[in-house]
Design a protein around this ligand. Structure first.
Ligand code: 9QG
Length: 153
């Protein structure tokens, strides 16, 4: 449809650049990471927020991966030494293609608490010590408008 085409054209103009950046001081208990963006119609049907331990793709403490496939679901996992562990899937899609969202990750001592548009969505128990995490990356079908860090303790 024309709205989808318009958004595709917009995407071609703006060029979505995957985000990757250092988390100053690493993850701390009580740190809240806020990501504002818009899910795009183009550029695939998935996006991911990755908390890396080390500036590489082989160690990801928390991979948060919404997939607009088969009704929509979110895959969470951890990658260690290049190997994915068992997936934790939430068979619910809190994002809508084309719509802006606010996604928050609160680092707690036992887990990451994930909020979408102000509502609790899920939690993910730490599989590796969170203080190892030093890099955030965001890839896929998303256009970012804001990434912020806030200490809530
Ligand atoms: O598919 O699942 C999460 O368990 C894999 C995907 C992979 C992850 C993984 O291919 O995709 O979502 O780094 C990757 O390859 C990401 C983008 C069994």
């Amino acid at each position: 449809n024309s709205e989808k085409q318009r958004r595709c054209d917009l995407l071609k103009v703006t060029e979505v650049i995957p985000f990757s950046g250092k988390i100053q001081g690493g993850l701390q208990d009580g740190l809240k990471i806020t990501v504002n963006g818009t899910v795009l119609y183009c550029n695939g049907t998935r996006f991911a927020v990755n908390f890396h331990s080390g500036y590489s793709d082989s160690d990801i403490a928390f991979h948060f991966n919404p997939r607009f496939e088969e009704g929509g679901y979110v895959v969470c996992n951890t990658k260690q030494n290049g190997r994915w562990g068992p997936e934790e899937r939430k068979m619910h899609m809190p994002f809508q293609m084309g719509n802006p969202f606010e996604l928050c990750f609160l680092v707690d001592s036992w887990d990451f608490k994930v909020m979408v548009n102000g509502n609790h969505f899920m939690q993910y128990s730490h599989r590796v010590p969170f203080h190892r995490v030093d890099t955030l990356s965001i890839t896929g079908a998303v256009q970012l408008s804001y990434i912020g860090f806030q200490n809530t303790r």
